[in-house]
Ligand binder design. Structure first.
Ligand code: CA
Length: 228
């Protein structure tokens, strides 16, 4: 599944150029020319990342970034601000408004794509396509395959995403609520005990290879993937 990138830019030529580069990089571009169109796209398509121009008609990019941060649906959606302004004060203002990164026009497509990938890796590693190897497990998001000590393991889609999240966030404790946000997504309403069910299934699958203790229960806090 390719990530969807919402481009909020009122200048048609720049919007077109951004959409072209986003497509070339293997992502799906969504387009908006102002804040109102942006919200429409967000409601309809739930983008994974937002490229937001600073200078927009009516609602500015900075104001829109603040609004995006205040809404449940977009609170955690990474934002990269685009701007012609280069001074340090504006950069700080942009980041304070809730943007995750900042890029000054004119920028090279290569630089922009590098920023997009970096922000995505930081925020939604579940979408990253790199194979992860840890503690005797190997997981490939692209082929959707998992091996435990070299042997193929069959996982359901939720267990797969859960394991991918754990393997890319090892040695840290996550509460059930945090796991729901990260693995199930913020727009889905599921009870916290659902997490326990999927953790049990994941452990049961890993048991045959003796790797079930990689998924540790941290009493009163949640779960942790640890090789120690
Ligand atoms: Ca503009």
């Amino acid at each position: 599944m390719s990530a969807k990138i919402l481009i909020v830019e009122d200048e048609p030529a720049i919007q077109e150029l951004l959409a072209f580069n986003v497509t070339q990089a293997g992502f799906i571009p969504l387009r908006a020319s102002d804040a109102e169109e942006a919200w429409q796209q967000i409601r309809d398509y739930a983008p994974d990342l937002i490229l937001l121009d600073w200078m927009l008609p009516s609602t500015s990019g900075v104001v829109l970034a603040k609004q995006l941060r205040s809404q449940d649906q977009t609170r955690d959606t990474p934002i990269i601000m685009l701007t012609a302004r280069g001074d340090e004060r504006d950069k700080i203002l942009g980041l304070e408004s809730g943007a995750d990164d900042y890029i000054t026009k004119p920028f090279s497509p290569r630089e922009l794509m590098a920023r997009i990938r970096a922000v995505m890796r930081r925020h939604i590693p579940v979408l990253a396509s790199d194979t992860v190897s840890l503690g005797g497990l190997e997981l490939s998001p692209e082929s959707h395959r998992v091996t435990a000590r070299g042997k193929p393991v069959e996982l359901g889609p939720t267990e797969f995403r859960l394991l991918h999240f754990f393997m890319t966030h090892a040695e840290r404790v996550y509460s059930r609520a945090q796991l729901l946000d990260q693995v199930w997504g913020t727009q889905v309403f599921v009870e916290e005990r659902t997490v326990d069910v999927h953790i049990r299934r994941l452990r049961a699958t890993l048991e045959s290879s003796g790797l079930d203790n990689l998924i540790q229960t941290v009493r009163g806090s949640g779960y942790r993937f640890s090789t120690n």
